[in-house]
Design a protein around this ligand. Structure first.
Ligand SMILES: [Zn+2]
Length: 476
């Protein structure tokens, strides 16, 4: 498989550290659980999921570890600002611990709906305080740290020649003027907090004793180094994350981990996902374009349509989400499901012919995915296959095989689900007229008539369910 590596800035042939054992160790930066998971996050984890599924298809045993950041991630990348967990606690009127568990649960709920396979291991920062502390003590012993009074323990990036290799520029050359709001006492602008202390009067909810301060907590970056080394060992095959993590978070993870292990390369491949924009803008609560999976469901779309939309772009390109693009993807998904159900029903048990053609589609499909996860091209091959004159038995087999990697969950879908959520225009004209009559009856609170019409719909094979501001139409 070919994979782009941020470290070399090239598409490279992927070879595992333990290629002979066919084992791959992946560490993925997980969510900071202080607020709702939004669709930008969904895209990142769907793309991680595709990578894992492709590696498994290639016969690798994949150990996929993903963290849950439930302490220490500050609102600013420059070690200033508030802990996001404490901020979330204030916003939702709950304790930081309650907020952490609530939004972790929402994260898994979103992942399950999106068909993202659970990682082999999910680990919480608050449950790895000791290993983080031990790592900082080791870095201190090796002389790579310094203390800033009443603030924290810092990593001295000037002591590491390779610092900043990942982003291709040396952030130590950044001028101090460009880093306003910087912690005073830092020796270099790129130095970063390994351990932070509670400030006077701050009264944090999440604190632990440490040799430097009785009420302290780990810095954000150290958790990824400590947990990945604890669960996967000193060297990873692949580390994933968003492109916003290249310059600071991942540069710092490399600095900590490689200093700790005696300069063993931390990760062989660094895979970074690009952003999702909404209507051409960066997603933000203040712009009102911050959407969750529930917003998608409320508008009558299925999670599979959103997943299919993500797969139409390349993970290294920025994608622009609009509701009309999701509408188009929903139509495509409905069509795909219809194809699947038709070929499933109409397959024959006759001997399979066209084997050569089927093999060509299979090899083209996986060749696209093995070329730096070109999901858009793989989807194009899938559609070509469905529209070809291959017999239904082959189409059925290939579609299921392709979907084991695409993860749209076709195998578990039935006709009922396909027909759920019909639109008014899908009904006959007589029924559309009757539907409007019922709406008028409902408005004038003539519930007897509305019920009568509901029964007529049932006789015609449709179920009507009145919801807050819409009526759900399903076929029986
Ligand atoms: Zn991380």
């Amino acid at each position: 498989m070919k994979l782009y590596n941020t470290l070399s800035k090239k598409v490279e042939e992927f070879k595992a550290l333990q290629e002979d054992l066919k084992q791959v160790k992946i560490y993925a930066c997980g969510p900071t659980v202080y607020d709702y998971t939004h669709i930008g996050h969904l895209r990142k984890y769907v793309m991680d999921d595709i990578l894992v599924r492709v590696l498994r298809h290639l016969g690798y045993e994949v150990k996929h570890v993903q963290n849950i950041t439930d302490v220490g991630h500050l609102t600013s990348d420059s070690d200033e600002g508030e802990d996001k967990m404490e901020k979330g606690a204030r916003k939702y009127g709950q304790t930081a611990w309650e907020v952490a568990r609530k939004f972790e649960a929402y994260f898994w709920y979103s992942m399950d709906l999106m068909g993202v396979a659970r990682p082999t291991l999910s680990c919480r920062a608050t449950e790895h305080i000791q290993s983080q502390l031990e790592m900082v003590l080791d870095l201190e012993k090796k002389g790579f740290t310094y203390l800033i009074e009443d603030d924290g323990v810092y990593f001295d990036t000037a002591k590491l020649n390779s610092y900043g290799e990942l982003s291709g520029h040396d952030p130590r050359l950044a001028t101090r003027e460009s880093r306003l709001g910087e912690v005073t006492g830092k020796r270099n602008p790129s130095d970063f907090a390994l351990w932070k202390f509670e400030k006077t009067g701050e009264e944090r909810q999440m604190v632990w004793p440490s040799p430097w301060h009785p009420r302290s907590f780990p810095g954000w970056h150290i958790e990824c180094s400590a947990m990945s080394i604890e669960h996967l060992g000193e060297q990873l095959d692949i580390h994933t994350g968003g492109i916003d993590h290249i310059a600071v978070h991942h540069a710092n993870e490399i600095a900590q981990s490689e200093t700790f292990t005696g300069h063993k390369p931390f990760a062989k491949f660094w895979v970074h996902h690009n952003f999702l924009r909404v209507d051409g803008e960066k997603m933000s609560k203040s712009l009102g374009n911050f959407y969750t999976i529930d917003d998608v469901l409320k508008k009558g779309f299925t999670p599979q349509a959103l997943r299919l939309l993500f797969l139409q772009s390349h993970y290294r390109s920025e994608q622009n989400f609009t509701w009309s693009s999701l509408q188009a993807s929903q139509s495509a998904f409905d069509k795909l499901l219809q194809f699947y159900l038709e070929i499933k029903e109409n397959r024959s048990s006759a001997a399979l012919v066209d084997e050569a053609q089927a093999q060509k589609f299979t090899s083209d499909f996986f060749k696209a995915l093995e070329n730096d996860l070109n999901t858009a091209e793989a989807l194009a091959v899938m559609w070509q296959m469905l529209k070809s004159d291959l017999d239904n038995t082959w189409k059925y087999r290939l579609l299921l095989e392709f979907d084991r990697v695409l993860g749209l969950g076709l195998a578990s879908m039935t006709k009922m689900e396909q027909k759920a959520n019909l639109e008014l225009k899908d009904l006959s004209e007589e029924l559309q007229e009757l539907f409007r009559e019922r709406e008028q009856a409902r408005q004038s609170k003539d519930f007897a008539k509305a019920d009568q019409i509901r029964k007529q719909f049932a006789q015609a094979g449709y179920k009507l369910t009145d919801q807050k501001d819409t009526v759900l139409i399903e076929s029986l």
